[in-house]
Design a protein around this ligand. Structure first.
Ligand SMILES: Nc1ncnc2c1ncn2[C@@H]1O[C@H](COP(=O)(O)OP(=O)(O)O)[C@@H](O)[C@H]1O
Ligand SMILES: [Mg+2]
Length: 184
């Protein structure tokens, strides 16, 4: 089963993915995989980031990971891939996200862009356009440790991604933070 771990940058995808990898799970870092499989289409100069050829990436993943029992895909484009059978979105309260992005030494501009995206549910909206809501799960990572979040994901897998009240999508709402006026 192909499971995407997606979410706004800073919500903890890579930290959780590395933790899962250390526990023996099969993990693919999507950006690295795209590079290694010639799926880079160009460069976004304004954002200083690479543009990924999603069609090529989708094909490469479907071919390589057709019969695997369980593979986690780490990256903020995972929810856009139709080849993902389940999508787990990591969420983080904007105030804590700000602290995490400060720790990563991101610029104010990049912090604002990502905190705004988290408040406005940008990734969730995209995920809903690409996947049925029963295949989508959201975990609020605020105040949790990396291993706790990984534990929640492992439990979702063990329960074969049965519908859950706690982690179904649409319950997280950071919209009040729009009015907070807090500087980033
Ligand atoms: N519950 C948590 N889950 C994941 N990361 C967390 C958590 N709590 C704190 N963090 C920290 O937040 C940061 C997340 O960074 P990273 O894993 O690179 O995020 P992403 O891959 O989503 O951009 C790391 O510094 C990590 O230690
Ligand atoms: Mg990452």
């Amino acid at each position: 089963m192909r499971v995407a771990l997606s979410g706004t940058p800073g919500t903890g995808k890579t930290s959780v993915a590395v933790f899962l990898k250390n526990q023996g799970y099969n993990v693919v870092h999507l950006h690295q995989y795209a590079k290694e499989h010639f799926c880079i289409a160009g460069k976004d100069r304004e954002r200083d980031s690479e543009l990924i050829d999603m069609v090529k990436l989708e094909k490469a993943i479907r071919k390589q990971y057709a019969g695997e029992a369980l593979v986690f895909f780490d990256g903020h484009i995972g929810h856009l891939l139709q080849s993902m059978e389940k999508v787990v979105l990591l969420r983080c309260h904007p105030k804590e996200l700000k602290q995490r992005l400060l720790k990563k030494k991101w610029t104010a501009k990049k912090r604002k862009e990502n905190i705004d995206a988290e408040i406005l549910d940008v990734i969730l909206c995209e995920a809903v356009e690409h996947h049925a809501s029963e295949d989508l799960f959201e975990i609020d990572t605020t105040g949790k440790k990396v291993e706790e979040v990984a534990g929640i994901i492992v439990r979702l897998v063990r329960k074969n991604f049965q519908p859950t009240r706690t982690y179904r999508v649409g319950q997280i709402d950071w919209s009040e933070e729009i009015l907070s006026g807090d500087p980033v």
